[in-house]
Design a protein around this ligand. Structure first.
Ligand code: HEM
Length: 492
């Protein structure tokens, strides 16, 4: 059995989408409103795409097969890869499909300027996820070697500790909203710890990191705070290396990363880990709370928590689409003629439900990890074990502490927000029998619920300007990327 992606998603629609003037389906005069571009090519952005991305992928599959022409922001043409095998072909063949966005013809032709909506995710950066070959091995090698040094049991210990602190924060209330009070906090708390940010940096850094990625009004100030903090962390570790933290391992790595490269890769790891793992936790919690098979398993049935996690990675992958790969020469894929410089989007969610590999979506995928949720080929996610460990250890801690956890609203009232790359649950209200929390534990838990805004000098004298002292935030690549990936448009 499987959990089909929910069909009651609501996206953040522009007001026009809800207008009574919405045209009837199929009206040729309203192609734009119907998600079609001028040439009849479907748009992968806009109201229709945001409201039902999975439905759109199936239309594209029916019309074009395993590789479909689509329009991305600015009505630029691209290819969406829908087939499971074709996605792997693209991801595994960097000689044909490069990660280097400087090959993008539209970029070379000046159609993707600094203000283009895709610039944050497509403009080339000296990061491991934009390079191929030897340079990729150099940068990624340092990251993967560092991640590999984490002691798995140590990671799980951190997860349990932070999960317990978060649960302490709401256990006595008998109710909680698990997206904002649990799923979004846990990955960032664990990651800042793993990155070797000293405990005394305290809640401000964790909250600033979460704030930055959520794209709230204070996100740019939070971003600046994080940049300054990461930069100072690198300087401190250069001066006095530690022996059990990620930053020190990056510094001492034979790849010889510069301080800028280290800082940028720390940020890459923070953002990649945050949005994905928070989505995985939220989606798995929803499944655990609503799927009878899982409930039955607690009483000796069939579906374990790791099973549920893997099922979610198949059916609701935390990243639905990856942008992108760029064709190195004229080639053919899925019967389509791809030209040198064309952009391809890896359709992770679409590839996972390709009828060629899953003719019956109700058949369980237990034990099968060949989904596309972590991408593939040389760029396949190097943090997947950590992401899985945070999600399953954290959810397990929650279910042990609050065994009668249940949804507080009817399932059909849950709603989602979509962007080109991801789709996430907006809220997951739950209730449970209130649990008394020991005083010491309760006061410790406040360390993860303080307000976001940096408000005074911090204990390790990292720059921590009060909000009115912050330099006018620059609208940099980082914050624009965050705004874009999370689909939040309110970040100014
Ligand atoms: C459930 C959680 C996660 C999911 C679903 C996920 C998914 C992905 C995907 C789809 C990619 C792109 C792969 C490609 O282009 O083929 C990626 C890349 C990456 N991920 Fe993850 N990720 C997760 C957690 C993490 C964590 C926890 C970390 C770090 C500790 C991490 C670090 C990275 C890095 C550094 C890259 C770039 C790799 C490269 O380009 O060589 N991810 N991830």
């Amino acid at each position: 059995m499987t959990t089909p992606p929910p069909d009651h998603a609501t996206a953040e629609l522009p007001s026009s989408a809800a207008s009574p003037a919405t045209p009837p389906p199929g009206c040729p005069a309203h192609g734009l409103d119907q998600g079609l571009g001028p040439d009849g090519i479907r748009r992968l952005y806009g109201p229709e795409a945001a409201a039902d991305p999975m439905g759109l992928y199936e239309k594209l599959r029916a019309e074009h097969g395993t590789v479909a022409p689509v329009l991305v922001q600015g009505d630029l043409q691209a290819w969406l890869v829908l087939g499971h095998r074709e996605n792997l072909d693209v991801a595994r063949t960097p000689s044909r499909f490069s990660r280097d966005s400087r090959r993008w013809r539209d970029m070379q032709d000046g159609k993707v300027g600094a203000d283009h909506p895709l610039a944050p995710v497509a403009a080339w950066q000296p990061l491991c996820n934009f390079v191929d070959g030897v340079e990729h091995e150099r940068l990624r090698g340092a990251v993967t070697d560092g991640l590999a040094r984490f002691d798995r049991r140590g990671v799980r210990r951190y997860v349990t500790r932070f999960a317990d602190q978060l649960i302490d924060g709401f256990a006595a209330a008998g109710q909680a909203e698990l997206v904002s009070q649990f799923a979004e906090h846990l990955p960032m708390l664990v990651m800042t710890q793993l990155l070797g940010m000293p405990e005394e940096y305290g809640p401000r850094l964790v909250d600033a990191a979460r704030d930055m990625v959520k794209g709230t009004a204070t996100a740019l100030a939070s971003n600046d705070y994080i940049v300054a903090t990461l930069r100072q962390l690198v300087e401190r570790r250069r001066a006095a290396p530690g022996d059990d933290d990620f930053v020190s391992w990056l510094i001492e790595h034979s790849a010889g990363l510069t301080d800028d490269e280290i800082m940028e890769h720390l940020r890459l790891v923070l953002i990649t880990a945050f949005e994905t793992t928070a989505n995985l936790i939220a989606n798995t919690l929803r499944m655990v709370l609503t799927d009878q098979r899982f409930r039955a398993s607690l009483a000796g049935g069939r579906m374990t928590l790791p099973d549920a996690l893997e099922q979610v990675l198949w059916d609701e992958p935390p990243l639905t689409t990856i942008l992108g790969r760029w064709a190195t020469g004229d080639t053919e894929l899925g019967g389509q003629q791809i030209r040198a410089g064309d952009m391809l989007l890896l359709g992770l969610a679409a590839g996972n439900v390709d009828p060629a590999i899953r003719p019956d979506l109700t058949v369980p995928v237990h034990g099968n990890r060949s989904h596309l949720a972590f991408g593939g080929g040389p760029h396949e996610c190097p943090g997947q074990d950590i992401g899985r460990a945070i999600a399953d250890t954290g959810i397990d801690a929650l279910l042990v502490r609050l065994p009668d956890l249940r949804l507080a609203v009817p399932e059909h009232e849950l709603s989602w927000v979509s962007s080109l790359m991801s789709r996430h649950l907006i809220a997951l209200p739950v209730e449970f029998t209130p649990v008394r929390v020991k005083q010491a534990a309760a006061s410790e838990s406040t360390s993860v619920t303080l307000p976001v805004q940096p408000a005074g000098p911090d204990p390790v004298s990292a720059p921590a300007p009060a909000s009115d002292q912050l330099p006018r935030p620059r609208r940099g690549w980082w914050s624009a990327l965050v705004r874009w990936v999370t689909g939040r448009q309110d970040l100014e």
